[in-house]
Design a protein around this ligand. Structure first.
Ligand code: NAD
Ligand code: TYD
Length: 352
């Protein structure tokens, strides 16, 4: 039976993951969701599990060492899945310091608490027997590899070359996780996934922002020429991949996660408009993002061949379902797009 700490479980991917684990994994005895409830965290995403006896929510910041250590003592976790992060590139350009403290120092705080609680010492390196099944899983991103040209794909051995404060903070965290494995023998995995989409995504990221604006007949702000390429994956396929790595991933290994689904931004924007029956005249080209990565693409050979994972969703089906979800959950969207969101939106997109 597993005692799992999920950080950032009230965010987009974390809340999908908490629901996925509690409805698919019978070996979960306890799942604690530690989340600071920043603008991106929303307990409404978790109403389906709030009465589940195995589930517990703790509102706190991963950087608060004493609280994190106390939670380990109280709940005796054997598994950590670390999602909590500042996750939006545009915000990282405005406020890099927050990204560095949350994403780097927050990761180190968790690693230290797990290391202490699991009694992991340097002397145990390579001799430690992991039969007791403890594991720390770092949820990372393909953005740590930087940008690709027109050809090639990111493999797990592609050198880290991050270009934004966000991706630099995630790459730094990955290096710390790696160092704790190499130095102390900490049992870790790192997963690096491509861009996710699906239900509960905050409407600051491309797909939900475009759906939200199209529904409301507002301009769709496309950065630069709109020809930047991302490799899209449905969030439930990401959750399935993380569960696979937790259960079967080889200790110390990195696994890239992606669904071989490269699309230019403008293609996606057009697809959303067509699905919603809205005119292309809503498309508005705006100033490009500084340091904008041109193309991401994941080589998923390692996870597909070694762990037998494969995505279930096609992009067309996934986007249709996601649009339907946003149409059916307009109240959810309305509640999170007031106040702070309006200020953010105004400062980001003031000229359109
Ligand atoms: P998100 O922004 O939707 O959610 C982040 C969550 O972390 C929120 O619930 C927030 O309240 C919480 N949080 C932030 N700072 C915290 C702190 N100091 N202490 C405790 N909780 C805090 O992010 P997401 O899109 O769900 O991404 C989750 C993880 O997956 C991140 O680590 C991100 O880097 C990674 N990732 C995201 C994508 C993507 O496409 N969204 C792709 C690959 C990897
Ligand atoms: P985003 O969803 O922010 O993810 P990331 O930057 O982490 O890949 O953006 C996806 C792509 O969409 C990226 O190339 C930037 C572009 N984009 C726009 O063109 N307009 C927008 O309003 C946003 C939010 C993103």
């Amino acid at each position: 039976m597993k005692r799992v700490l999920v950080t950032g479980g009230a965010g987009f991917i974390g809340s999908n993951f908490v629901q996925y684990m509690l409805s698919n994994k019978e070996n979960i005895e306890l799942l604690v969701n530690l989340d600071a409830l920043t603008y991106a965290g929303n307990l409404e995403n978790l109403t389906a599990v709030q009465n589940d006896k195995r589930y517990k929510f703790v509102k706190s910041d991963i950087r608060k060492k004493e609280i994190v250590e106390k939670l380990f003592c109280e709940y005796d976790f054997d598994t950590v899945v670390h999602f909590a992060a500042e996750s939006h590139v545009d915000r990282s350009i405005e406020e890099p310091e927050l990204f560095l403290t949350t994403n780097i120092v927050g990761t180190q705080t968790l690693l230290d608490a797990a290391k202490r609680h699991w009694k992991i010492h340097p002397n145990d390196k390579y001799s430690r027997d992991y039969r007791d099944g403890v594991k720390y899983l770092q949820v990372s991103t393909d953005e740590v590899y930087g940008a690709l040209g027109e050809t090639g794909m990111f493999t797990e051995t592609t050198p880290l070359s991050p270009n934004s404060p966000y991706s630099a903070s995630k790459a730094s965290a990955d290096l710390i996780v790696r160092a704790y494995h190499e130095t102390y023998g900490m049992p870790v995995n790192i997963t690096r996934c491509s861009n996710n989409y699906g239900p509960y995504q905050f409407p600051e990221k491309l797909i939900p922002l475009m759906i939200h604006n199209a529904i409301n007949d507002k301009a769709l702000p496309v950065y630069g020429d709109g020809m930047q390429i991302r490799d899209w994956l449905h969030v439930s396929d990401h959750c399935y991949a993380i569960a696979k790595v937790l259960e079967e991933g080889k200790i110390g290994e990195v696994y890239n996660i992606g669904g071989n689904n490269e699309k230019a931004n403008i293609e996606i924007v057009r697809l959303i408009l067509a699905e919603l029956g809205k005119p292309e005249s809503l498309i508005t080209y705006v100033k490009d993002r500084p340091g904008h990565d041109r193309r991401y693409a994941i080589d998923n050979k390692k996870i597909t061949t070694e762990l037998g994972w494969a995505p279930i969703y096609t992009f067309e089906q996934g986007v249709k379902e996601t649009i339907k979800w946003y149409l059916e959950n307009m109240e959810w969207v309305k509640r999170i797009t007031t106040g702070d969101y309006m200020n953010y939106y105004k400062s980001m997109y003031e000229n359109i």
